[in-house]
Design a binder for this molecule. Structure first.
Ligand SMILES: Cc1cc2nc3c(=O)[nH]c(=O)nc-3n(C[C@H](O)[C@H](O)[C@H](O)COP(=O)(O)OP(=O)(O)OC[C@H]3O[C@@H](n4cnc5c(N)ncnc54)[C@H](O)[C@@H]3O)c2cc1C
Length: 416
């Protein structure tokens, strides 16, 4: 069923009783041309672009729980392309361009809202670094505006400009940045992939990867063995565990990241704001709740929940940036498992095993990458070579030293 104002009106007449499930619940076939492991944003987008861009339709996405149960449904929904380094910037800009046309492409309301993403700076040296990043973006035709203190005040009068420790000097604004309804992205890609014939197999954990003579043969699952000529791993926080099933050791650590939502209030935060004196970011959802988060919990874990010390830390940062939030109640918090790579940048590549491909290392910035990640991973799988946009995201860069260390933090996942 195509969604439109007419289909909504047509469904209203019989009392909304004619809506159909938006994807099938297929029984796995004995074999596929390609299997994607992981029904998160990246896995579903990859399956969709494999079908749409490369004409592969005998494919399946195998998900251990329900579609969207991982980070795609747990993130703080921020999208942007304000990167500095050459390996990153064109990739994330391609993603932003895909977001801009996504809803028409997949015929699904993903609530893409380009209300601006503002990075605050609090010192002269930080301003210089942001000016450099903004200039690098503008040279590539990407929107960036360096605002002074009064420019920021016009947009966000409720920030604490005179904070004794962290006075706000200005900010780098990307007007095309913003947010997207995260779970709608999972459902939208799932529906679009299903409508092109992709089998979406839920509640089916991959428990092994069968490899013989250096070639992948398929995956062992809770529903039995499924053969495949090609297998793509898009398991985010579980990447190391799943890759280990094929004997691969990844340069990735898994860490918990938490997010928080406050009670609903009238419009207060028009766009996305990030604090420059710590790790804190905030926006306001369409329902009115403030959505915010900070840094990692700081210990390795595969649990989708966090601990109290980071709650205190995040709330302290919120208070330092916008003291008025201290009057609000937090209504929900949750955690997701981050696949932290050793330079803070992702991996989209072939692996040393023929027919096995890897999409991982998204740290806490992979939501914004979803469309481009799927686009490039599909290309890499279908053509057996990287797309030029993911040519820097190589698995062997940690051996060759061609790192993409956007933050200049070195191999310290806690700092990325
Ligand atoms: C609190 C939080 C805030 C964040 N905020 C942002 C943000 O504002 N902007 C941004 O760009 N990014 C953000 N991120 C990061 C972003 O959500 C992730 O990088 C991205 O979603 C990861 O890709 P994915 O959607 O494919 O992952 P997931 O949705 O986690 O998908 C991976 C899937 O693999 C499945 N899987 C794992 N093991 C197996 C197995 N053995 N068999 C079958 N299936 C398996 C999992 O169940 C899961 O569904 C945030 C993350 C969190 C947790």
């Amino acid at each position: 069923m195509r969604y439109s104002i007419f289909s909504i009106l047509a469904q209203a007449l019989p009392g909304q009783k004619g809506w159909k499930p938006v994807w099938r619940e297929p029984t796995p076939k004995p074999s596929y041309d390609a299997i994607i492991v992981g029904g998160g944003g990246h896995g579903l987008a990859s399956a969709y672009y494999l079908a749409k861009n490369h004409g592969l339709t005998n494919i399946a996405v195998v998900e251990k729980s329900y579609l969207g149960s991982g980070n795609v449904g747990r993130n703080t929904t921020i999208i942007r392309s304000n990167y500095l380094l050459p390996g990153n910037t064109p990739f994330y800009e391609h993603s932003l361009k895909l977001w801009e046309g996504l809803e028409q492409d997949i015929n699904y309301n993903a609530m893409v809202s380009q209300r601006g993403c503002l990075n605050l700076y609090h010192s002269d040296s930080q301003r210089d670094a942001y000016a450099r990043r903004g200039n690098a973006m503008r040279l590539l035709g990407i929107d960036a505006e360096l605002l002074d203190r009064e420019g920021v005040r016009k947009l966000y009068p409720t920030l604490d400009f005179d904070n004794a420790r962290f006075p706000i000097h200005g900010g780098l604004l990307q007007p095309r940045g913003g947010s997207v309804r995260h779970d709608a992205v999972a459902w939208g890609y799932a529906r679009a992939a299903d409508s092109r014939g992709v089998d979406l197999i839920q509640n089916c954990e991959v428990t092994g990867i069968r490899v013989e003579g250096g070639r992948v043969l398929g995956v062992e699952t809770q529903k039995g063995f499924i053969a495949a000529k090609k297998v793509g791993l898009a398991c985010a926080g579980n990447s190391s565990r799943v890759a280990a099933m094929a004997g691969l050791k990844l340069p990735i650590e898994s860490h918990v990241l938490q997010a928080f939502v406050s009670e609903s209030i009238k419009p207060l935060v028009p766009g996305v704001v990030t604090f420059g004196a710590g790790h804190f970011y905030i926006s306001q959802s369409n329902k009115g709740g403030l959505v915010f988060g900070g840094g990692l919990d700081g210990y390795n874990s595969y649990a989708q929940r966090g601990n109290l010390p980071i709650v205190e830390d995040v709330v302290e940062e919120a208070m330092a940036m916008m003291p008025m939030v201290g009057r609000l109640r937090v209504v929900r918090s949750w955690g997701g498992i981050m696949d932290m790579s050793m330079d803070g940048s992702p991996i989209i590549d072939k692996t040393p095993i023929e027919g096995l491909y890897l999409n991982a290392g998204w740290c806490y910035g992979g939501f914004k990458a979803t469309p481009a990640s799927g686009w490039c991973f599909a290309h890499t799988i279908a053509r057996d070579e990287p797309h030029k946009l993911n040519s820097a995201f190589r698995l062997d860069r940690f051996r060759t030293g061609r790192l993409i260390d956007e933050k200049g933090a070195g191999a310290q996942p806690n700092l990325h």
